[in-house]
Design a protein around this ligand. Structure first.
Ligand SMILES: NC(=O)C1=CN([C@@H]2O[C@H](COP(=O)(O)OP(=O)(O)OC[C@H]3O[C@@H](n4cnc5c(N)ncnc54)[C@H](O)[C@@H]3O)[C@@H](O)[C@H]2O)C=CC1
Ligand SMILES: O=C(CO)COP(=O)(O)O
Ligand SMILES: [Zn+2]
Length: 353
């Protein structure tokens, strides 16, 4: 008898478009959610989106609570859990960038309620994923979590977000190329569980994004559409795989190590993009797609060098030679890069001087 079974948990509603923020209360109605919501946001997205959503609830006679978080940390998650219990929130609404949404996601997991994801920047692919990345001690990578019940992505707000946030989202998607290369390698060498569907979906989002790179320009709502759909698909790929493997390989290990060695220096997506240039070279050598990845990033003004990230060369080398050890995840880095080899790949790809 076929024993295998799997749960693929996805959002019930994904609402994308111009001014859809004003439909948030209707999305809640459609989910048959009742009671008081707790909005989890950060300073800028609070004014942009959380407060307008709160006003719509108040018009409906529902008194939402709002909590503002500054940094992604377990203390922030605990403060949201305390706030939710204090106001007896029935569900949460994460409004902001990746950190605000991840904190809402992780708090929801603990509270055993549901949450809505309202991204105000197309900066990462955690918008719909069943993964939560909140630093915990030395851990920077994502852990299993529940996906949102619904996503409300207002392309007007996303298009007006700082351009660097959108290019970070693009880079997070482009890095799927090398994430899938690592996943296939781990499957072949270590028999790591693998889903061709999730891998194909993750790779396709990178291909479509790179194919449309010339249409991705600042302030264009059409660009926000393209990037948001790619981020959604990438998040769905993670939910299908029940793992971040489709979207996270050695380039993410590199980024997580940079988060430790140079906290706050650069955006998540920008760091993984630069990592992807180097790991593509490790996979395929001089004639591989590393130049296409580099050129795609450059075409949307995303960083392609350590200098662009504002990180010094030696930190790049330290991250490259140590990041294999931060997670039990087999990648092209194997049991760790030799310093000379790391310097060679970083110089050959132009990442360091
Ligand atoms: N759970 C998952 O599957 C994934 C989670 N992540 C996590 O997401 C985080 C990165 O998210 P980011 O959005 O890059 O960083 P972030 O959440 O720190 O946002 C960057 C900054 O932009 C601000 N911001 C957001 N929307 C804005 C707008 N419309 N206008 C002006 N400012 C705005 C935020 O308030 C924040 O100050 C990392 O912690 C990363 O680990 C990344 C990928 C996947
Ligand atoms: O950033 C992610 C996918 O883009 C999540 O991956 P991690 O599991 O490496 O945190
Ligand atoms: Zn990522």
């Amino acid at each position: 008898m076929f024993e295998k079974s799997t749960w693929i948990r996805l959002p019930r509603n994904v609402v994308v478009g111009h001014d859809v923020l004003a439909e948030t209360v209707s999305v809640v109605d459609d989910l048959h959610l009742e009671g008081r919501p707790l909005l989890v946001t950060s300073p800028t997205p609070r004014k942009l989106a959380a407060e307008p959503i709160a006003a719509d609830f108040e018009e409906r006679g529902i008194e939402p609570a709002i909590v503002t978080v500054e940094e992604a940390s377990f203390e922030a998650v605990e403060s949201v859990i305390d706030a939710a219990e204090e106001v007896d929130a029935s569900y949460l609404i994460g409004v902001g960038g990746g950190k605000a949404i991840d904190i809402a996601k992780m708090a929801t997991d603990h509270l055993d309620t549901g949450f809505l994801s309202v991204p105000t920047a197309a900066s990462h692919d955690g918008i719909v994923s069943n993964r939560g990345s909140v630093p915990d001690g030395n851990t920077r990578h994502s852990v299993a979590a529940e996906p949102p019940l619904a996503v409300v992505a207002d392309t007007g707000i996303l298009a007006n977000a700082p351009w660097e946030l959108t290019t970070a989202g693009c880079a997070d998607i482009i890095s799927n190329y090398t994430a899938v290369m690592d996943w296939r390698l781990a499957h072949r060498l270590k028999n790591v569980e693998y889903s061709e569907y999730a891998a194909a979906l993750a790779e396709m989002t990178a291909e479509i994004l790179v194919g449309n790179a010339d249409m991705i320009r600042p302030g264009l709502e059409e660009s926000a559409w393209i990037v948001t759909k790619a981020l959604m698909s990438s998040g769905v790929a993670m939910s299908i795989a029940s793992s971040s493997r489709p979207a996270s390989g050695a380039e993410h290990l590199f980024s997580h190590q940079l988060d430790r060695l140079a906290p706050g220096a650069a955006l998540h997506g920008h760091q993984v993009g630069v990592g992807s240039i180097m790991t593509a070279y490790l996979h395929e050598g001089e004639s591989g797609i590393w130049t296409e990845i580099r050129d795609a990033l450059a075409s949307i003004d995303a960083p392609t060098t350590a200098a662009d990230l504002g990180i010094d060369d030696e930190t790049v080398i330290e991250a490259l030679t140590t990041c294999h050890a931060i997670r039990d995840r087999y990648t092209i880095l194997g049991d760790g890069m030799d310093e000379r080899a790391a310097r060679e790949v970083a110089v050959k790809t132009g990442v360091i001087g």
